[in-house]
Design a protein around this ligand. Sequence first.
Ligand SMILES: Cc1ncc(C[n+]2csc(CCOP(=O)(O)OP(=O)(O)O)c2C)c(N)n1
Length: 554
Amino acid sequence: MSKVTGADILCKSLKAQGVDRLFDLPGDPMGPILMACYQQGIERYSIFRHEQAAAMAAQAWSYITRRIGVALVASGPGMTNALTALETGRTNCWPLLLIGGSSELRRRGRGDFQESPQVEAAAPFCKLSVAVSDPRAIPFLVQSAVRTAMSGRPGPVYLDLPADVITAAVDENEVRYLPHLERPQPMADSKLVETALVELRRAERPLVLVGKGAAWADAANEARAFVDRFQIPFVPSPMGKGVIPDDHPQCVAAARSYALRHADLILLVGARLNWIFHFGEAPRFAPDVTVVQIDIEPAEIGCGAATTVGLVGDAQMVLRQLVDAAGPKPSAQSESPWLEALAAERTRNQTTVAAMANSDTSPINLYRLFRDIHDVLDRDATLTVDGERTMAVSRALAPAYLPRHRLDAGTSGCMGVAVPYAIGAQVARPGRQVLSVNGDWAFGFNGMEVETAVRHNLPIVFLVANNGTTGLINSARIFSIAPGDPFDVVRYDRLVEAFGGHGEFVETAPQLRPALERAFASGRTALINVVVDPTADRKPQSFDWLSRDSRMRY
Ligand SMILES: Cc1ncc(C[n+]2csc(CCOP(=O)(O)OP(=O)(O)O)c2C)c(N)n1
């Protein structure tokens, strides 16, 4: 009888679940798994410089492709280095299968090499955290992990593979591989769909809030059909941007504060009333606002808001239900004073930032930076963004036209994501532009992964918005920087050159656009180091961060 090892069974099980590539930083005891990947034809984006980055690249790939992203890491510190990626997956509701090697079962408790409480460490961040104790259980546990990560509200899962399970050999006929199952797309209760329609028709100032749940559900066509049919304005969340293109006439992102404050009904489509949407509370929202929610997670209904109608289901399906149930009659909203007021506010805000966006002053300000970026990006480019002010300005100034094409820290607020997310994005979208814009401090977290990108010939353009500080509050209070003060400029462009990529150093505003064009034309991994005015900030905001004084503002 022929024998198979735990490593063989793992890779065959991954193949059976449709996995054809993974992201890794291996070490003991993963060697046999790498060999089995090779035999199974599983492509590896290998040897990242930090496990956090490998796992973040895998989760960005997963979110973009809507397939399970897999990261492979070594035992002990290798696995614990990936914990932050489990956290970003948890808070952003992105799937990820993290597979960690671990110490031998037979030596547990005796101080084995890199012995660590890995399953326990992963558990609070994961939908499932489980150790394999017998190779024959691997197919079920892999299928179960994939189903759990991908179904309902997606999220990370952790599979722990002890060294002696990886090498153990069992009879092949004792192993039963399980098929990949499609993600269920549940529909909402049709009676509640009718109730939601009554509320939508009754509202005088309705507003749709589009979240990344709608992007994950691939609800672009349905969301667009919905806002067209109902003529309701919408505001996307930072990563809900692009589900409906930002240049759609009903997009009122540029009048966000006004829209939130004056809406008498909000329809949440795969969006949550967490800090991103100010908990749904006054003064950012009207105190008596009616809330209609579409969410795949039943426990989200009513979370933080007195929800009037909760539609539990897949955003794509439920939006279709609403449009179908509404019938062909055009809505009365098309010429409403609400839309006119929003359009006027949008124009006012756009005029306020236009002066900054068109400024030739050097060092460049962030509004001008994103204006030039917008001018060179294709409509189907993927943008990943990181930093405090850099990310905040990008949310207003960098439009998105397609779902899952704009990735940033999102709900997690985690700095360091934009470099690995760009790697995941370029692997997912070969041949298409990927630009990763990073505050200089944020870049430092995973900046070494530029080498990983060069090594894998990924033509990502990284941009460092280099103001030499960690943010305006810090620059003023800690570094005592005043307008016009010089600061030490770190030459990040030389880093990419040292790795064999294309570097650009930009000191004046007019230099930026040609540098961007050269970087994309190079066809190589590139890094543009842009000196940014350290005192440049967002335009004055109507509300302090989290509507509260005395907080750091990122
Ligand atoms: C992992 C992590 N560590 C620390 C922070 C706290 N933090 C928020 S913004 C920031 C500095 C960002 O500086 P930079 O990237 O230069 O941003 P910008 O110049 O765009 O404001 C830090 C350290 C965080 N959000 N995430």
